[in-house]
Structure formats: structure tokens, C-alpha cells
Design a protein around this ligand. Structure first.
Ligand code: 4NP
Length: 154
């Protein structure tokens, strides 16, 4: 059975689509499924923001076919690991968990970096392209750690 990983932000058009594409690019598709969604419903069904598509493409990752989705309580059943981009996403997802098992699945993405100065992936939506380049860089670092950890030989 595949290990299923869910990346979560607010709108699911800027940060978590990048996290989905980046992590997927580092994992064996036969063993892992990666998806993303937002805690909000503003952009459901839409493609990622053009600036996220652009920075992903510049790094040889195609996220243009992804479609925004909203987090649902049922996702606790489907996914094994849930990574949130910022503190709001973290608390909003955690508030929907009804068991300790569900709560244990929820992690702040940047906690895997163990760098106390980096707590949240900043929302780049209202800024310029530079923000997307920075967001790509830190998500990529975190995804390197996750991919290394979950693909360790037994
Ligand atoms: P994301 O960024 O959570 O990284 O997808 C946002 C995109 C859109 C909005 C907020 C955050 N919005 O309010 O429309």
C-alpha cells in the first residue's frame, strides 16, 4: 500500500501546490501518493497561481495540471501524514481532528528543518515573484528532509 501525504495551505493555489509537486518529484510513485488542499474554499477547482507554476517550471517541476481542493474531515482517513504551511493552517486542521491518531498525523512542514528561525512558509500571494522563489527554496529544503526520512531503507 502506498504511503499518502497531504500538503495543506490556505488557498491551495500558491504554497501547497508547490509542496505537492516538489515532494512528488522526490518520491517513487509506486510507493507514495502526494496531494494538496487548502483550509479555505476560495479557489476550489482552480489551477495553481501562475507564479507558482512559473517557479516550479524553472526547477523542472510541472504543477500546471493540479486543481485546488479544500480540506475535508475524511482526509484524516485517507492520508498518513499531513503537513501544514503555517500556524493558522496547522491549528485549523488540528481543530478538525477527532482522535489522537488523527492529531498525530498533522505536522508543521518547517518543523522538519529543525531551524527555530523558520516556523512558517510565508504566504506569497500578495507579494511579488521573489516571494515565490523564496517559498520554493524553503519548501524544497523541507521536502528533501521528508523524502530522505520516509525512503530510508529499513
Ligand atoms: P496559499 O496562498 O494559501 O499559499 O494558496 C493564498 C492564496 C489565495 C488567498 C490566500 C492565500 N486568498 O485569500 O485568496
Amino acid at each position: 500500500m502506498k504511503t499518502k501525504i497531504l500538503m495543506v495551505c490556505l488557498g491551495n493555489i500558491c504554497r501547497s501546490p508547490l509542496a505537492e509537486g516538489i515532494l512528488r518529484s522526490k518520491l517513487d510513485p509506486d510507493n507514495f501518493k502526494v496531494a494538496s488542499c487548502g483550509t479555505g474554499n476560495y479557489h476550489v477547482g482552480k489551477a495553481p497561481d501562475s507564479r507558482s507554476i512559473k517557479v516550479a517550471k524553472a526547477n523542472h517541476i510541472d504543477i500546471s495540471n493540479q486543481k485546488a481542493d479544500q480540506f475535508k474531515i475524511e482526509y484524516f482517513e485517507i492520508y498518513d501524514m499531513i503537513y501544514t504551511m503555517d500556524e493558522d493552517n496547522y491549528h485549523n486542521v488540528l481543530a478538525l481532528a477527532s482522535t489522537q491518531e488523527d492529531r498525530d498525523k498533522v505536522h508543521s512542514l518547517l518543523d522538519v528543518l529543525a531551524d527555530p528561525t523558520l516556523k512558517e512558509v510565508p504566504d506569497p500571494y500578495y507579494g511579488g515573484e521573489q516571494g515565490f522563489t523564496y517559498v520554493f527554496k524553503i519548501i524544497n529544503q523541507a521536502c528533501d528532509m521528508i523524502a530522505e526520512d520516509i525512503q530510508k531503507p529499513e
